[in-house]
Design a protein around this ligand. Structure first.
Ligand code: C5P
Length: 221
């Protein structure tokens, strides 16, 4: 049996990946894999258990056993051990912990099979950092979204303020650059476009424009 088709959407934080992936999946009736959420949940779980992140085997074994459920109380909802963690994983601490556990090879291996399991008919839209390079190298379409760090920090700022959460733009920009550096410079699965990925700079594009561009590329793929 041939495998279900995959659209891989990779890129740094704030490039619009999450929103674009979710819109494309909805339009096509495909499932969605928010792989960043898996790393975020693992980060939050490590933090709760006060795991020493230099103990890679302990982090990996926690990653294997994680009880994660998506969508229990609506879109974007994520539960860890049946407890809602949707807000915790999106906090600054959640972002920071995700990028730290994401640099651990054994943790990435432990999350690998989990990600493959999302590939079900009629198809999958997978969003992350290494969807096109490592997890789904045979994806039908690989997109790499970028945007300037300033624009990405601005988007994050608006998002937080919109949720009533205080934020300081220069701090957000600094954190984002730090995370970018860690994600691009790590040895295992660094953030980089697959050789056959189509790079779209979203700095001056609206969400609709990017969604339409991705759908058009998929039609022609
Ligand atoms: O995509 P999101 O911003 O939610 O990802 C949070 C963090 O998880 C990233 O900064 C990155 O370090 C890590 N991640 C990863 N590989 C993925 C998805 C996310 O290393 N496929």
């Amino acid at each position: 049996m041939s495998k279900a088709p995959v659209i891989a959407i990779d890129g740094p934080s704030g490039s619009g990946k999450g929103t674009i992936a979710s819109r494309v999946a909805k339009t096509l009736g495909y499932s969605l894999l928010d792989s960043g959420a898996l790393y975020r949940v693992l980060g939050v779980a490590c933090n709760r258990k006060k795991l020493d992140l230099t103990d890679h085997q302990a982090v990996a074994s926690l990653a294997k056993d994680l009880d994660i459920e998506f969508g229990r109380s609506g879109e974007g909802s994520v539960c860890l051990d049946s407890i809602e963690v949707s807000l915790d994983i999106r906090s600054d601490l959640g972002s920071d912990m995700a990028s730290r556990v994401g640099a651990i090879g054994a943790a990435r291996e432990a999350l690998f099979e989990r990600q493959l399991a999302f590939r079900q008919p009629p198809g999958l839209v997978a969003d992350g950092r290494d969807m096109g390079t490592v997890v789904f190298p045979d994806a039908e379409l690989k997109i790499f979204l970028t945007a300037s760090p300033e624009e990405r920090a601005k988007r994050r700022y608006k998002q937080l303020i919109g949720k009533g959460i205080d934020a300081i733009l220069p701090d957000l920009l600094r954190d984002l650059k730090e995370r970018d550096k860690r994600d691009t410079e790590r040895v295992i699965s660094p953030l980089k476009p697959a050789e056959d990925a189509i790079v779209i700079d979203t700095t001056d594009l609206s969400i609709d424009q990017v969604v339409n561009q991705v759908l058009e590329l998929y039609r022609c793929a």
